[in-house]
Design a protein around this ligand. Structure first.
Ligand code: TYM
Length: 348
């Protein structure tokens, strides 16, 4: 037996040397332009700036909270990893991995559920949206935000680049960090969201945000023809019934996307030609399509050049790097919570 009691631990919390960034994406449906403009493009910028330690994760354990096919999930994990790398989430410059390859995520989620009140989970709007009217609602869908808190806190991340729809979950993660620290001593920092300039891209139907579960998306790597086919019919300003009606760019999703991908001079042109009724909506969409293409052509080329074995190897390396951080945090967490035998407290 080791001479030191696990309950008399004097370990000081491990602190990241540089600010740490963590974010994730579910491998369900296809990577769409909302994901890209709301989150993934910001990830690339942060990797390129290289001022922070970054970890990005394909969160497969989140994707099993709704009914799914196992073979399909496996295919999507590969597909999302390929798409992310094509978007510039370069595994040579960041840590890119698959969530379930690092088992500590689910372990920490269980422990954090002991400091998460049911009432907080009942307030989560995403649970209400995804569960509403369904015959089967899993308990995993209900506790989903606890796993998300674990994803972030496991790496002691302080910055979480996400779209606006994830802010409520981030608030819960912050609250969970405070609750844990209050109960067991200072272990976790408080993570904050980092929003892109396009934190909410609306769906093609104009009714709600672009979302994999709503079928109102344009996939980022959709063939050009169908990309244009979908963009052409996308919802715009409902008050603009005829070409001679002046439009309102500030409420139009097409303008939101112009602001994300078109140069400033084009954005100004859009405002002038829309409010002045000089362009029809299809004209405006054609210009947007050209600018999307300018941005996406290099990404498409990169995607074609990637090989699956290479990508899988990179994911394995990414998981090994992530695991090292995760194991150090879990050692600390188990000690603080009084968990485990003396033998297990001395191993990773
Ligand atoms: P997910 O997979 O739904 O989406 C991935 C990222 O894309 C953003 N996003 C959008 N941004 C702008 N407009 C839209 N229409 C749009 N749709 C999606 C999301 O905000 C997200 O940033 N719960 C998360 C995944 C997750 C996670 C995490 C994120 C699990 N653990 C830890 C951050 C940290 C989700 O379902 O994202």
């Amino acid at each position: 037996m080791s001479p030191q009691s696990p309950f008399a631990s004097t370990s000081t919390p491990t602190v990241a040397a540089r600010p740490r960034v963590f974010s994730g994406i579910q491998p369900s449906g296809e990577l769409h332009i909302g994901n890209y403009l709301g989150a993934v493009r910001t990830w690339r910028q942060q990797i390129e700036e290289n001022k922070e330690d970054t970890l990005f994760c394909v969160v497969d354990a989140h994707a099993i909270t709704v009914p799914y096919e196992a073979a399909e999930l496996r295919r999507r994990i590969d597909g999302f990893a390929i798409d992310l790398i094509a978007c510039g989430v370069d595994p040579d410059k960041t840590t890119l991995f698959v969530q379930s390859d690092v088992r500590e995520h689910t372990e920490l989620a269980w422990y954090l559920s002991s400091v998460t009140p049911m009432g907080d989970l009942h307030r989560m709007t995403q649970f209400k949206e995804k569960g509403e009217g369904k015959d089967f609602v899993s308990s995993a869908l209900f506790t989903y935000p606890v796993l998300m808190s674990a994803d972030i806190l496991l790496y002691k991340a302080t910055v979480v680049p996400v779209g606006e729809d994830q802010i409520q979950h981030l608030e819960l993660a912050r609250e969970t960090s405070r609750r844990f620290n209050h109960r067991f001593g200072e272990v976790f920092p408080e993570p904050k969201p980092r929003l892109s300039t396009t934190p909410r891209v609306m769906g093609l139907d104009g009714d709600s945000k672009m979302s994999k579960s709503k079928g109102n998306t344009i996939s980022l790597f959709e063939p050009e023809e169908s990309f244009w086919g979908k963009l052409r019919t996308a919802y715009t300003d409902p008050q603009r019934l005829q070409l001679s009606d002046p439009g309102r760019p500030e409420i139009c999703n097409i303008y939101t996307m112009h602001k994300a991908v078109s140069p400033k001079t084009t954005q100004d042109e859009v405002v002038a030609n829309c409010t002045g009724a000089a362009w029809g909506c299809v004209d405006c969409k054609k210009v947007l399509f050209e600018n999307f293409n300018r941005e996406l052509i290099p990404l498409r080329r990169k995607r074609e050049a990637l090989s699956l074995p290479q990508v899988r190897e990179a994911l394995g390396d990414g998981a090994a790097k992530a695991r090292r951080i995760a194991q150090a945090t879990m050692k600390e967490v188990r000690e603080r919570m009084g968990l485990g035998s003396l033998a297990s407290s001395t191993v990773g």
